[in-house]
Design a protein around this ligand. Sequence first.
Ligand code: SF4
Length: 67
Amino acid sequence: MSKAEFCTCGDLNCPNHPNNHDQGCTPCILKNIREKEVPTCLFNVADPERKREGYHFEDFARVVLEK
Ligand code: SF4
């Protein structure tokens, strides 16, 4: 499996997307840690209907609690 094969993030213009470098998830995770956010791949599992209001920890908690 390639580094980007399991990534479900559709933002191919993001410089952190694994399609755009050879560092796998590292840049994405680093950005999420710095901004206190949860990566898109996890949101896409918890929230396949894409009702999320944002990507912060609180937005993820809200999605999970509404299930
Ligand atoms: S952590 Fe980021 S780069 Fe890695 S699979 Fe998830 S969304 Fe894609």
